[in-house]
Design a protein around this ligand. Structure first.
Ligand code: ZN
Length: 149
């Protein structure tokens, strides 16, 4: 049985979630940093169905994905959220792409870009405290191996 999860998701809730997580300091014009209030609704994208804003200060256009790895891609907000969620949970790209109805090449490209960003953002300095709680450790670390001879 197929669950049409993308169709069951609420568009407004998805856009609101992406707005908070993609633009934590508020969406701004990527060209001149003017606020969202200084823009007008210009049009909607065809495939991803996103509002395209036109900046009144510099006449530049932008949308929810501007400045992110999803910029220029045709993911709907629902596909974007599910893609991130399933990727973080470790679902293979082929399965993920097929379920979200995106090409495997696109899926793989976006996955690699997100993984590269995650690696760049990873803290390099050691933790400030010397003690580590067991629940802070990787759940799958230290798996048992077969006995040595
Ligand atoms: Zn601008």
């Amino acid at each position: 049985m197929d669950f049409p999860i993308v169709e069951l998701m609420d568009r407004e809730a998805c856009v609101a979630w992406l707005m908070v997580h993609f633009h934590p300091n508020g969406m701004k014009c990527p060209h001149c940093q003017a606020s969202l209030e200084q823009s007008i609704l210009f049009r909607r994208t065809k495939r991803s169905d996103l509002d395209v804003r036109r900046c009144k200060a510099c006449r530049g256009i932008y949308n929810l994905y501007s400045g992110t790895e999803f910029e220029g891609r045709q993911f709907t907000p629902e596909q974007t959220i599910l893609f991130i969620r399933e990727m973080v949970q470790g679902k293979p790209t082929a399965k993920l792409s097929s379920e979200l109805n995106i090409s495997r090449t696109t899926g793989l490209t976006v996955r690699h870009l997100l993984q590269k960003n995650a690696k760049t953002e990873q803290a390099t300095e050691p933790l400030s405290d010397l003690e580590v709680e067991t629940d802070e450790m990787l759940q799958n670390a230290g798996e048992k191996r077969r006995k040595t001879r």
